[in-house]
Design a protein around this ligand. Structure first.
Ligand code: ADP
Length: 566
C-alpha cells in the first residue's frame, strides 16, 4: 500500500456496534484498517465512530492522534425539549424576529398551563397563525409517537413531549410535502467552526398533503422510516418519482426551473444553522479531537420561508436508495478529508515508536487542536509549488487532556514534545500541491486551491481544499473542503468573536447585519445604496463562500445581486 511504502502505519478506524456500514465501506476503500479489539491496543486506532454518545472516560483517555465523532453535551440541541428551551431563551435575549425560524413549542407536562393559554388565545384572536399543533415525544426519533391535533381534547400523552405549532402551509411539489435534511459538520465549538455540505436530501411524504385528515402520517410526516412503508412508496408519483427522496442537486435544479432565486433561501438556511449552534456554544466543553455530524431538518413553507424542525444527532447513514448512495458516500469521504488524518497518523506512529522504547505514550506539550493543514508562503496565483504544513492549533482549552494545565494523566513526562513532532511532520510528510478545480474555473477564484495528499487509493474523489488567501496564515479554516463549505466564521469580526469565550452577542449582531445587507441587495430599489456601501464589504477580505449553490459565489458577490427571491 502507498501508505506503507511511504513508511506510514496504516490508519485504523474503530466502529462501535450499530455504527453505519457506509462509514466502514468508505474507510476500507480509502485503505484504512478496522480495529481489532482482541489483537490491538487501546491506542491503536485513529478514529472511533459511534452512533450513540461516548462516555466521559472516552474523552479523558483520548490520545493525540485519535478522534471521536461526537462532541460532549450535544443533547443540548438534539433533544427536542432542550432545543425548545434554548430557542425560547435566545428569542428573549436577541428578539423574536431573529429566531422566528423556530416554531413555538411547549414542553409538557411542565408547561401545560402556558400552552393552554396560548392555545386558547390562538383559537379566539390570533389571526393568521396555524390552528394546528404537532405533538412529539422529546427523546424519540424517526417519527415515532408523533401525532397532529387541532382540538386540545385530542392531546393525549403518557411521556414527556413537546407540542409545537404545526407549519400548515408547507411548500408542496405536485401536492406532496417535503423537508430538507441538511448535513452540518461542527469541527469545533471553541472557536466555533461550522461547515455545511452542499449535497443533502429532500425527503417526501408519499401521500398528497391535506389538512382534512390529520391522522394520515404518510401525508404529514416526511420521515423515510415511515414513508418507506407507505402504499405509494414504489408508485411513480407525479414529478416526485418513485420512493421518497431526492438529492439536493435535483432539488436545486427543480428550483432553478421554477425560476426561484435560491440565494437568499440558502443564506437563510445557513443562518438558521449558525444561530442554532450558537445556542449550544456556552454548554459544550471544548474538545479539540472531536467532530460532530448533525442533520438539520428544515421545512420550507409556501412563502419560501425556511423553518427549523429539529437537529438530529447521528443522522441516519443507511443506504436505502440511489439518492442515499450518492449523498452519503460523498459526505463521509468529505468528513474524512475535513479531519486531515495524514498528520495525526504520523503522531501515532511516532508516539508508538517512543512508547515502545520507553513504555510511555507520547503526550504533546500543548493542546493539539483540531488540525488542518495551513500553507505557508503561498501567494495566490502561484502555479506550481510545494507547501509545507504546520499545525494550526489555537485552542488553549484546559479541559483538553493535552493542555499543560489539564489534570495529570500520568503521561506528562513525555520524552518528546508536540512542537518537535510537528517540525518533523512539516519537514517530510505533508506537501500540498496546487489543484486546478474545474468547479471553480468559471470565475476568478480569489484564493489558491490545494489538494490534500491522497491518503492511499489513487482513484479517490479528490479532496479540494480552498483557502482564503488572506487568512490562511492566521489559522483560519479553509473555506471549502470537498463539498463542505465553511459557513462560520464568515468574516474577521465573527472569527475574532468566536475565539476563546465566544462573544455570542457580537456574533448574533454580525449575522443580523449580513442578513440585512443580503436582503437589501436582493431588492432592486436598494441596489444603488448597496453599491455605495460595498466599501464596508461583507467579509473584510475574508472571502467567504455562499453555502448552497453547487458552484457557490462569494458572499460579497451576492451583496451586489439585485434579483428578487420569488
Ligand atoms: P423525529 O425526530 O421523530 O423525526 P421531527 O421533529 O423531525 O421528529 O418530526 C418528524 C416529521 O414531522 C418531520 O420530518 C416533518 O415532516 C414533520 N414535522 C415536525 N414538526 C413539524 C412542524 N412544526 N410543522 C410541520 N411539520 C412538522
Amino acid at each position: 500500500m502507498a501508505e506503507q511504502e511511504c513508511g506510514f502505519a496504516p490508519l485504523v478506524f474503530r466502529l462501535h456496534g450499530g455504527a453505519p456500514q457506509v462509514v466502514r465501506e468508505v474507510l476500507l476503500e480509502r485503505g484504512w484498517e478496522e480495529y481489532d479489539e482482541e489483537e490491538q491496543e487501546e491506542g491503536d486506532w485513529n478514529l472511533y465512530w459511534r452512533t450513540s454518545s461516548f462516555r466521559k472516560s472516552d474523552y479523558e483517555k483520548i490520545l493525540p492522534w485519535q478522534r471521536l465523532n461526537h462532541h460532549p453535551k450535544m443533547s443540548q440541541i438534539t433533544r427536542k425539549d432542550c432545543l425548545a428551551r434554548h430557542m425560547r431563551r435566545m428569542k428573549i435575549a436577541f428578539g423574536i424576529a431573529l429566531y422566528d425560524f423556530s416554531p413555538g413549542a411547549y414542553i409538557l407536562p411542565n408547561e401545560y398551563r402556558k400552552f393552554l393559554g396560548v392555545y386558547t388565545k390562538n383559537r379566539t384572536t390570533d389571526r393568521g397563525k396555524s390552528r394546528y399543533w404537532i405533538c412529539k415525544p422529546v427523546d424519540l426519533s424517526r417519527g415515532r409517537g408523533i401525532f397532529l391535533f387541532e382540538d386540545i381534547k385530542d392531546l393525549v400523552y403518557d411521556s414527556s413531549v413537546i407540542v409545537q405549532r404545526y407549519i400548515s402551509n408547507p411548500l408542496l411539489i405536485s401536492g406532496y410535502k417535503f423537508d430538507l435534511r441538511i448535513y452540518v459538520c461542527v469541527k469545533s465549538f471553541s472557536p466555533l467552526v461550522i461547515y455545511m455540505h452542499q449535497e443533502g436530501l429532500v425527503r417526501f411524504a408519499t401521500e398528497k398533503y391535506t389538512l382534512a385528515s390529520l391522522d394520515s402520517l404518510y401525508s404529514h410526516l416526511t420521515n423515510t422510516s415511515i414513508n418507506k412503508f407507505g402504499m405509494r412508496y414504489d408508485t411513480d408519483k407525479e414529478r416526485v418519482g418513485r420512493g421518497c427522496k431526492w438529492t439536493m442537486s435535483r432539488f436545486r435544479s427543480f428550483l432553478h426551473k421554477q425560476d426561484v432565486n435560491q440565494l437568499l433561501l440558502w443564506h437563510r438556511i445557513s443562518n438558521i444553522v449558525t444561530l442554532t449552534l450558537l445556542t449550544a456554544v456556552p454548554c459544550v466543553p471544548s474538545s479539540p479531537n472531536c467532530l460532530e455530524l448533525l442533520g438539520f431538518d428544515i421545512l420550507i413553507d409556501a412563502n419560501y420561508k425556511p423553518w427549523l424542525l429539529e437537529v438530529n444527532y447521528s443522522p441516519a447513514l443507511s443506504l436505502d436508495c440511489p439518492a442515499d448512495v450518492t449523498v452519503k458516500k460523498g459526505l463521509i469521504n468529505d468528513i474524512i478529508d475535513l479531519m486531515n488524518y495524514r498528520m495525526i497518523d504520523n503522531f501515532r506512529q511516532k508516539g508508538y515508536l517512543r512508547k515502545r522504547s520507553s513504555s510511555r505514550y507520547l503526550r504533546p506539550k500543548i493542546s493539539q487542536g483540531f488540525l488542518l493543514p495551513k500553507t505557508r508562503h503561498a501567494p495566490s496565483g502561484s502555479k506550481s509549488r510545494n507547501h509545507s504544513i504546520s499545525s494550526s492549533s489555537s485552542s488553549q482549552d484546559t479541559n483538553c487532556p493535552f493542555h499543560p494545565n489539564s489534570k495529570s494523566t500520568g503521561h506528562e513526562k513525555a520524552p518528546q514534545t508536540f512542537e518537535e513532532i510537528t517540525n518533523e511532520v512539516e519537514s517530510d510528510d505533508l506537501k500540498l500541491t496546487p489543484f486546478n478545480s474545474t468547479r471553480h474555473s468559471h470565475r476568478n477564484t480569489p484564493s489558491t486551491v490545494f489538494k490534500l495528499p491522497s491518503l492511499l487509493v489513487p482513484k479517490l474523489k479528490s479532496s479540494a481544499v480552498l483557502w482564503n488567501s488572506t487568512t490562511q496564515d492566521r489559522g483560519v479554516p479553509p473555506c471549502r473542503v470537498g463539498d463542505f463549505i465553511l459557513t462560520f466564521p464568515f468574516n474577521e469580526a465573527t472569527w475574532k468573536a468566536s475565539q476563546d469565550q465566544a462573544d455570542v452577542k457580537a456574533i448574533v449582531n454580525e449575522v443580523h447585519e449580513l442578513t440585512n445587507r443580503l436582503a437589501t441587495s436582493f431588492n432592486e430599489k436598494e441596489k444603488t445604496k448597496m453599491e455605495s456601501s460595498q466599501s464596508a464589504g461583507v467579509g473584510d477580505k475574508f472571502e467567504p463562500l455562499l453555502w448552497g449553490p453547487k458552484d457557490p459565489p462569494l458572499l460579497s458577490e451576492c451583496c451586489s445581486l439585485n434579483s428578487k427571491v420569488k
